[in-house]
Design a protein around this ligand. Structure first.
Ligand SMILES: CC(C)(COP(=O)(O)OP(=O)(O)OC[C@H]1O[C@@H](n2cnc3c(N)ncnc32)[C@H](O)[C@@H]1OP(=O)(O)O)[C@@H](O)C(=O)NCCC(=O)NCCS
Length: 139
């Protein structure tokens, strides 16, 4: 598994996000201004893009956030989500951040708990889907 880092949203990441968040999960507002200020990660299995995530600094909350984490359906439960989050955490440390935040879909919160994240707030609803803020201290 090779994970590449991009300063601009690459086509492979956009394709996975449409496949997972729009076609599979039914979200509408998939792309936003944050994409222009984020670092984008894409995991490749041989030459095939199989997962993505983005990392950015949220100036209003003064926190580093990992978001838009998606593994293509046929490749789930093979540790790829864990690996792409680990790489995203390295990016935060590189930018001198010490804590990673994720606005997690409730259905995925068990995954984040397994890799060291804890709930930090109350549930909220974004685009009709229950979410919760989670965080992990990195250093
Ligand atoms: C959530 C997601 C990123 C997990 O990626 P993955 O590659 O399947 O996860 P991993 O294989 O690294 O899983 C690590 C562990 O978490 C568990 N896990 C994975 N998804 C889980 C979930 N939704 N709930 C609870 N546990 C989960 C795995 O079973 C594994 O446990 P183990 O170590 O005991 O075997 C992936 O399922 C996905 O892309 N889902 C659709 C998009 C999505 O919901 N993204 C999250 C938005 S907040």
């Amino acid at each position: 598994m090779e994970i590449k880092v991009y300063r601009k949203l690459p086509e492979q990441a956009a394709k996975i996000r449409v496949e997972v968040f729009v076609n599979e999960q039914g979200f509408c507002d998939e792309f936003d201004d944050t994409d222009n200020n984020a670092v984008h990660l894409v995991a490749f299995d041989d030459k095939t893009a199989v997962a993505t995530a983005r990392v950015f600094y949220d100036r209003s909350q003064k926190i580093y956030i990992i978001g838009r984490i998606a593994v293509i359906k046929s490749m789930r439960k093979q540790n790829i989500g864990t690996q792409i989050i680990a790489q995203a955490e390295k990016e935060i440390l590189k930018q001198n951040g010490d804590t990673a935040y994720i606005h997690a879909q409730m259905q995925a919160s068990g995954f984040y708990k397994k890799i060291g994240y804890s709930e930090t707030g109350k549930q909220d609803v974004e685009q009709g889907c229950k979410h919760i803020w989670m965080a992990k201290k990195l250093s």
